[in-house]
Design a protein around this ligand. Structure first.
Ligand code: SAM
Ligand code: SF4
Length: 458
């Protein structure tokens, strides 16, 4: 249940920290890790032929660049941009297949962006076939994509479903006209609702919506209106992201009028409102910023404390490896994290030269694996059962991570966590500070560094 957090408490604990979509986090990964290191990981994967895989494809193209966007998105005037991109994805796939062989079992395939539904129907089918020809994609697995409703239609939804996608998520962000103007994203609610209904009619198993809080021009009243409209159409899951304003990385955000931006406690209140309204409407709050209907498998998994997450998001069916394709894709193979170049030209040039387009990565050691498992449990399941680590790491977590757990005492005193002989549990109040708690187990954080590597608590 949502618990009210006061301004004083938030300000006391508001600090920059990772969201722990991975541990170690991306800033720890090194540029010394390159294509040859990835090839080593792939060779190891070839020796584990029964391990199941998740696959990610990044499709960066968009019709227009939204001012607020923090994704790796491209607006191209080149006529054949998508076809040329898919040609390179094909070569990238073949470089991987040369090592791991054809026919590996895939339980999760996700297309992210950018805007995957920018592709024309024949390009969608081509891109899907690139994967189906090389992998054994389980039709009952999660085959999902992100769409922009502004360039979609019920007809397209039906085509995507017929092509084999079974889950879909659409960007909404905010329905308020003044907010849409401020973020450079005009999106009619009529069209959004029509596309949403089209997805329902097409028979998608999951129809999900993305919202963002903290956008310029948002007020409590206006955002409550957007939330109410979304609740009324009953998406299966909702992601409500905290607006990340990083114009030094995303120059398009320079167009955002910062004087209109909601910040600090006012921003946090928008999220408290989101939690309250979704809980009231029968959704559970999942992880940092997701909501799922109470009977959705994510909500059930959270209650049973068996929720996981990978770079694609929360899941109940984690595959041990994730292969990523396309510019900026992030993968995880045999205890290595790898990232493709986020620069289209650089990514393409590497592939044209016959090299895997890896720009950074990290090989996990035993200590990383231990801490990752502990942090993942805290961030997904709001607890760390000490016995969890005994099988893989030879001792319970309270012995192996004693220093970090001792350092959580101030959070015990605040009522954010309880610690007994068996487990650490994050309380309902503490969920707002799960990142702060998890940071005590992070071996890479430099307490003396004030580099703005991460966003703040809100
Ligand atoms: C790839 S987009 C979704 C599909 C499509 N491109 C669209 O915008 O409708 C992924 C999502 O990331 C979120 N997002 C984008 N920029 C963001 C930012 N700066 N801060 C927080 N969330 C952001 C939005 O909710 C967006 O829907
Ligand atoms: S928010 Fe979506 S549509 Fe807008 S630029 Fe980013 S990826 Fe493209």
């Amino acid at each position: 249940m949502a618990v009210h957090v006061s301004r004083e408490l938030l300000e006391k604990h508001d600090k920059a920290g990772p969201r722990y979509t991975s541990y170690p986090t991306v800033p720890v990964w090194t540029k010394d890790f390159g294509a040859n290191d990835y090839l080593d990981a792939l060779r190891e994967l070839a020796g584990r032929p029964d391990d199941e895989l998740s696959l990610y494809l990044h499709l960066p193209f968009c019709a227009k660049h939204c001012h607020y966007c923090g994704c790796n998105a491209i607006v191209s005037r080149e006529k054949d941009a998508v076809d040329n991109y898919l040609d390179r994805v094909e070569r990238e796939l073949d470089m991987v297949i040369d090592v791991i062989g054809k026919g590996r079992k895939v339980v999760q395939l996700h297309w992210g962006g950018g805007t995957p539904n920018y592709l024309k129907p024949h390009q969608v089918d081509r891109a899907l076939d690139l994967f189906r020809d090389r992998f054994d994609v389980d039709p009952d697995g999660e085959i999902s994509l992100e769409i922009d409703p502004r360039i979609s239609s019920p007809e397209q939804a039906a085509q995507l479903r017929a092509s084999g996608f079974n889950r879909i998520s659409m960007g909404v962000q905010d329905f308020e006209d003044s907010v849409q103007l401020a973020i450079g994203r005009k999106q009619s609610r009529e069209r959004t609702m029509r596309v949403f209904q089209g997805c329902r009619d097409a028979g998608f198993e999951g129809v999900n919506v993305d919202l963002v809080y903290g956008l310029p021009g948002q007020t409590r009243e206006s955002f409550a209106g957007t939330l109410a409209e979304i609740i009324a159409i009953e998406p299966d899951r909702v992601a409500c992201f905290s607006y990340a304003h990083v114009p030094w990385v995303k120059p398009n955000q320079e167009k955002v009028d910062t004087t209109l931006m909601v910040k600090g406690y006012e921003k946090f209140e928008l999220f408290q409102l989101t939690i309250a309204m979704f809980e009231e409407a029968g959704y559970d709050w999942i992880g940092i910023d997701h909501f799922a209907k109470r009977d959705d498998e994510l909500a059930v998994a959270l209650r049973e404390r068996r929720l996981h997450r990978n770079f694609m998001g929360y899941t109940t069916r984690p595959a041990p490896h994730m292969l990523a394709f396309g510019m900026s894709g992030i993968g995880e193979v045999c205890d290595r994290f790898v990232q493709n170049s986020a620069d289209l030209a650089e990514w393409g040039a590497a592939i044209d030269a016959g090299t895997l387009p890896i720009v950074r990565g990290h090989k996990l050691n035993d200590d990383d694996r231990l801490r990752r498992s502990a942090i993942l449990n805290l961030m997904c399941n709001n607890e760390l059962p000490f016995a969890l680590t005994t099988r893989d790491f030879g001792a319970p977590a309270n012995e192996l991570l004693a220093d970090g757990i001792d350092a959580m005492q101030p959070y015990v005193d605040e009522g954010f966590v309880t610690i007994d002989d068996e487990r650490i549990r994050i309380t309902d109040l503490g969920r707002h500070f799960a990142r702060n708690v998890s940071m005590e187990l992070d071996a890479y954080l430099d307490p003396d560094s004030d580099k703005p590597l991460f966003s703040r608590t809100v």
